[in-house]
Ligand binder design. Structure first.
Ligand SMILES: [Zn+2]
Length: 284
């Protein structure tokens, strides 16, 4: 089963008169959606009581939760104090995920160390991740998702993310197709280009882990350095397009969670993606 949902709340949620995040699961179910990525980009600031309530509401409405961890995480930092802070953000995200019943936390791997080769940053991130995994064994049921990033100077090309994920089954690739599109200067204008990415994941991590990849999908504007701004499906001039990817969900039998990060149209665009998926499913 594939699930669709938004990253955080778009204006639509508030326009329809909602206020509290606890109303989200019901709101999403009424729109036909089945997933939600709770945003902790600016820090994990939730109480245990709130988490339990969100868990209950999500279960009642069949919404699968994930958490987006703080943006401040940098697995490749050379500064011990910064690594400790990153660890704190990851641990806190795992804690909240457990209380909410979220199955994955999404983490940005970090940035390339200035003036050094990418491989050095990757090696740094690997050794720190080993440490993170060792210290968070009590959260084994929750996957740590590593996201492909939109800017060239960020750690997070497809190869880098897959290489990090080889460390442990507790790590899950988060394939952000908008980000890959941006960092590769407009990749994914054809279905074959999406297919290549999926083939590669299967080759490196195996078929089972391929089927369960966590996906971020939204059109994106980019410059030479990569990502500039998230866009929406309404803005036809921006790629990638979900129509080109959707048939591959069936070909590779994916059971992914697909999250829309479209600029203030996350809910609307998650619905659009679900409709495309449903129409293909109906034709089978
Ligand atoms: Zn992200």
């Amino acid at each position: 089963m594939v699930r669709f949902g938004p990253a955080g709340n778009s204006s639509l949620f508030y326009e329809e008169g909602h206020k509290s995040s606890l109303e989200i699961p019901k709101f999403l179910r009424e729109k036909g959606l089945t997933a939600y990525e709770y945003q902790c980009g600016r820090g994990v600031r939730v109480t245990e009581d709130f988490c339990y309530k969100l868990k209950k509401a999500s279960e009642e409405n069949d919404i699968l939760l994930s958490i987006h961890s703080p943006y401040y995480i940098n697995l490749a930092s050379e500064d011990r104090e910064k690594l400790d802070k990153s660890f704190h953000h990851i641990e806190k995200s795992l804690w909240a995920a457990e209380k909410m019943g979220a199955k994955v936390i999404v983490v940005h791997p970090g940035s390339i160390i200035k003036g050094k080769k990418r491989e050095e940053s990757l090696a740094k991130a690997k050794s720190f991740l080993e440490e993170v995994l060792a210290k968070t064994k009590n959260y084994e049921g929750i996957k740590i998702g590593l996201e492909t990033m939109g800017k060239v100077n960020q750690l997070g090309s497809l190869d880098e993310v897959l290489s990090l994920c080889l460390l442990s089954n507790r790590l899950k690739p988060v394939i952000d197709f908008g980000h890959l599109h941006a960092r590769e200067g407009g990749l994914f204008n054809r279905r074959e280009e999406f297919q290549k990415v999926l083939e590669k994941i299967g080759e490196v991590l195996g078929e089972e882990r391929l089927r369960e990849i966590h996906i971020h999908f939204s059109p994106i504007e980019y410059t030479q350095g990569g990502e500039k701004k998230h866009r929406t499906f309404d803005e036809k001039e921006y790629g990638p397009r979900f129509e080109d990817f959707a048939p591959l969900i069936f070909k590779y039998n994916l059971s992914s969670v697909i999250i829309s990060e479209s600029q203030d149209k996350q809910t609307e665009d998650a619905i659009l993606m679900k409709n495309i998926y449903d129409s293909l499913k109906g034709g089978r």
